[in-house]
Design a protein around this ligand. Structure first.
Ligand code: FE2
Length: 369
């Protein structure tokens, strides 16, 4: 199977993976032959890329970091949990609400433990693009992805289990305050007015005020909500904290948060590919984000996911067929076109091997039909 840009899709191609809505309902089954009408619908739902079946990519399987069933269950629990917790007022505590929130937190901890055991069993580069979802509410799906990325990054940092669990919970709840922001503003296509942007920024304080009142939640978790938009150079919000004033958890979380935000499609823009998201993080290395966190993050994500079409600097093109876990930026590529862009009998080259060290990836997502 291979990953292609929906905007370059033609009718008649077959879906290689089912497409789900956030509740886990299958909207389009694997094997469906796409028509012009279905392609238009996918574009309307802001789906940027899909997996398709074709001869050239036969046998290329996508490794899922988190199985679809667990992802769907997790998003459902996060949706319910957020709604229960958001019934609490940031300014007033109530016993009934506290009990419901405590229950939601225990449910989050259960999801988190399942994700953690998945990550521990799965010794492959993280690829969260493997499931195509239609986002009815971006926040829940984003919360899950950020939690997975942050958890893996906490593991790479060599932190003890207790800290990893706190970061995972903090990541799941970091945008809780957005439950109090109008979805018209959150999903507004185009630039926000300064008044609207100030309103969006208030989600950090709102989330913190709620979370710090829930007895089951450590204060460090509440600080994840408060500090996840702070930047090392003081250009972040809400308090423009700098360097060591920012909690270690928030430094990890901000890398995971920005990466997932830019690699997810939104109503106002298509998604970036992982290597583009990583470039954006590098642009802020040492000024916005800790350089060490970006280095560690780079080592654990699938920079070029399996199924992606690439062009090499010698003119050849191919599809990523396998990861090299020790060099995630140098995958194994199934060459399908030669230097003159003529179709060839497919063969594989391993970019991490000595023989191919001079060959570089120059372009990704080029659809070469
Ligand atoms: Fe946020």
């Amino acid at each position: 199977m291979r990953l292609i840009n929906v905007h370059k899709c033609q009718s008649g191609i077959k879906l290689a993976k089912s497409i789900y809505n956030v509740n886990g309902k299958v909207l389009l089954f694997q094997g469906t032959e796409l028509t012009d009408k279905l392609i238009e619908q996918l574009k309307r739902y802001n789906v940027s890329r899909i997996y398709i079946e074709d001869e050239q990519s036969e046998g290329i399987e996508i490794i899922e970091s988190i199985p679809d069933e667990l992802r769907i269950e997790a998003v459902n629990r996060i949706t319910e949990g957020f709604k229960s917790i958001a019934e609490l007022s940031p300014n007033r505590a109530n016993i009934q609400g506290m009990i419901k929130s405590g229950r939601a937190i225990r449910s989050f901890q259960k999801i988190f433990r399942d994700i953690l055991s998945c990550l521990n069993e799965n010794h492959s580069a993280l690829n969260l693009l493997a499931t195509t979802k239609i986002h009815e509410n971006y926040v829940y799906n984003h919360s899950l992805n950020v939690s997975i990325y942050a958890c893996q990054l906490a593991i790479e940092n060599g932190l003890p289990l207790k800290n990893i669990e706190e970061i995972g919970l903090g990541a799941m709840l970091h945008d809780l305050g957005k439950m109090y922001i109008s979805s018209d503003i959150l999903n507004k296509p185009g630039k926000l007015t300064s008044e609207e942007f100030n309103h969006v920024k208030s989600h950090c304080h709102l989330g913190f005020e709620i979370l710090r009142k829930i007895p089951e939640i450590p204060l460090t978790v509440a600080h994840c909500a408060l500090q996840h938009h702070e930047k090392l150079d003081g250009s972040g919000y809400p308090r423009a904290l700098k360097e060591n004033e920012i909690h270690k958890y928030a430094k990890i979380l901000s890398v995971a948060d920005v990466f997932d935000a830019v690699t997810s499609s939104r109503s106002y823009r298509p998604s970036m590919l992982p290597h583009e998201g990583l470039e954006l993080l590098y642009a802020g290395s040492g000024t916005q984000f800790e350089s060490k966190q970006i280095q560690l993050f780079k080592s654990c994500i699938a920079i070029y996911p399996q199924g992606l079409t690439l062009k090499l600097d010698d003119g050849r093109s191919g599809i990523v067929s396998k990861y090299n876990f020790s060099a995630t930026g140098r995958p194994v590529i199934r060459i399908i076109r030669d230097e003159e862009q003529q179709e060839v009998k497919p063969y594989e080259i391993d970019l991490s091997s000595k023989d191919n060290l001079n060959v570089h990836i120059v372009e990704a997502d080029s659809l070469l039909y």
